[in-house]
Design a protein around this ligand. Structure first.
Ligand code: C2E
Ligand code: MG
Ligand code: MG
Length: 355
């Protein structure tokens, strides 16, 4: 706890909190192990947020609770506001429910095909988690993954997702559709957790699948948190034979110099660019630039969120070979996916007569 008499305004209190976080946030070494500790801060101001120490501490606690585990430094400093109290309590309830849901098997995965635009065949699938809530029906990840990410629960859920995806990959293999890789979204806390790569190796052995059938999807904000450490982990994954990709590319803060350093295999162009392609020359320039960069770095490219034939055709003419989106298929349960994979081709490329 820090009591500051001089931080009279919200702005000054924030500034002070950033200073403290920056001085604490550095890697610590315990023997050979590098430990990264990330701090967060909650701020309550007298007299606006409480008239006595007890109330101020409680409200600063609510604010810190919402700040914990956020991806950027700015989001890891939170100033109290009355709405936060309800949010914290809601989140606590959802976390408890989610923890129970994981135990009782209410979470399941759907898979969305990633299609080769030249052949129309499924090259890989992306695993997307859903929650079959007993009262609210099927819940999408945006409504519960951020909640899980605010606590250790994301580690348990993330591990289950990886395990389940590897098990399904093995099942497809046994059912005669081999060679389809599964891409799994991995949260920052999971990627940075000690022993992550070891766990991946163990899961691959347990499921008995070839490491080249697994690809890890990370966001830009995850990998730029600590570039040196990300390079090390990504290289370890690569040494294992597991591929990695940057998801939602173009929406983060990546600087080119970081991207060049990272041993990644794939860039997934965010669907917001694909959505604007038909109407905005600017979006087309951004997409062309991303594609040019990926080609010179020898990275694979996936266009996300392709919803119509025009977008497919533009991406193909921009020499993007892989795409994913409702135009080809929505995310499917494992059993329906098998049927689709058996058919082989998801769509017939109109500009290629025979493949
Ligand atoms: P993402 O990884 O970028 O996943 C793609 C999202 O775009 C999915 O939404 C998918 O259903 C949606 N999508 C696919 N094609 C189209 C299209 O043509 N148009 C539109 N409008 N949307 C399309 P979903 O399943 O709701 O997932 C949202 C986000 O939640 C994911 O974004 C990912 O960041 C996160 N997420 C999903 N599953 C997992 C998971 O297993 N672990 C973690 N850590 N995060 C996950
Ligand atoms: Mg993804
Ligand atoms: Mg994405």
């Amino acid at each position: 706890m820090l009591l500051c008499r001089t931080a009279a305004s919200e702005q000054r209190a924030r500034g002070l909190a950033y200073q403290v976080l920056r001085s604490l946030h550095r890697p610590y070494w315990i023997e050979e192990r590098r430990i990264e500790v990330r701090f967060s801060a909650g701020v309550a101001l007298w007299p606006a947020h409480g008239s006595d120490v007890e109330e101020l501490l409680k409200n600063a606690g609510f604010a810190r609770n919402m700040a914990r585990g956020q991806p950027t430094e700015q989001q890891r400093v939170r100033v109290y506001e009355p709405e936060l109290r309800r949010q914290v309590l809601d989140r606590r309830r959802t976390t408890e429910e989610l923890s129970r849901a994981l135990e009782s098997g209410e979470l399941f995965l759907e898979y969305q095909p990633i299609v080769d635009l030249d052949t129309g065949r499924v090259e890989a699938v992306e695993a997307l988690v859903r929650w079959q809530h007993p009262a609210k029906g099927t819940l999408m990840p945006d409504s519960f993954v951020p909640v899980a990410e605010s606590s250790e629960l994301i580690l348990r859920i993330g591990e289950w997702i990886l395990e389940e995806a590897c098990r399904d990959a093995k099942r497809w293999d046994r059912q005669g559709v081999s060679g389809v890789a599964v891409c799994v979204n991995v949260s920052a806390a999971q990627f940075e957790s000690p022993g992550f790569v070891r766990k991946v190796r163990h899961l691959l052995q347990e499921a008995d699948i070839d490491p080249s059938l697994l690809e890890i999807e990370l966001t830009e904000s995850t990998v730029i948190q600590d570039v040196t450490e990300s390079v090390r982990r990504l290289q370890e994954l690569r040494d294992l034979g597991v591929r990695s990709s940057i998801d939602d590319f173009g929406t983060g803060y990546s600087s080119l110099s970081y991207m060049v350093q990272l041993p990644i295999d794939t860039l997934k162009i965010d669907r917001s660019f694909v959505a604007q392609l038909e109407h905005s020359d600017q979006a087309r320039v951004v997409v062309s630039t991303i594609i040019g960069m990926a080609n010179s770095l020898k990275l694979r490219l996936v266009a996300e969120g392709v919803e119509n034939d025009r977008q497919r055709s533009i991406m193909r003419s921009e020499s993007c070979r892989l795409a994913q989106g409702f135009y080809f298929s929505t995310p499917l349960k494992s059993n329906s996916l098998i049927e689709l994979l058996r058919q082989g081709r998801v769509f017939r490329p109109p500009d290629v007569s025979s493949v």
